[in-house]
Write a protein of this length. Structure first.
Length: 129
């Protein structure tokens, strides 16, 4: 009889495209990475990891990037729906940039008031423009 699964990472089921969707999230304020990480970890079916990224050309310092793995576009939409409340709850203005492959979307408090925009953002990240 096999023993219990002791893996720290939950298994992500494959989506219709053959695997989980992988996205990177960056936050304009470094102090907000931890709170966003905790918020996204609460999304059922999503796996979130924190990674440090070296500076790009002409930049200094290290950036912390959240890697979001979701099994489907439905889970991606749920994760994106958590962002307006997160952004609006911050004391200072915060910007979240979501990147998937060569597509990226930048979210601020000003561009998330309309629920339809969440669906538009999800479609853009999935390449359904």
């Amino acid at each position: 009889m096999p023993g219990p699964n002791t893996s720290q990472e939950p298994e992500i089921p494959a989506n219709a495209a053959g695997g989980p969707l992988e996205l990177g999230l960056t936050v304009s304020e470094p102090a907000d990475v931890g709170p966003l990480f905790r918020r996204l970890r609460a999304v059922p079916g999503a796996t979130v990891t924190r990674r440090r990224s070296g500076p790009g050309g002409g930049e200094l310092g290290v950036t912390e990037v959240l890697q979001l793995l979701v099994p489907s576009s439905a889970v991606l939409a749920v994760a994106i729906r958590t962002l307006p409340v997160f952004i609006k709850s911050r004391r200072s203005s915060v910007t979240v940039t979501i990147t998937r492959d060569d597509r990226s979307v930048t979210l601020t408090g000003e561009n998330l008031d309309d629920p339809q925009k969440i669906l538009d953002i999800t479609d853009r990240l999935l390449g359904h423009d």
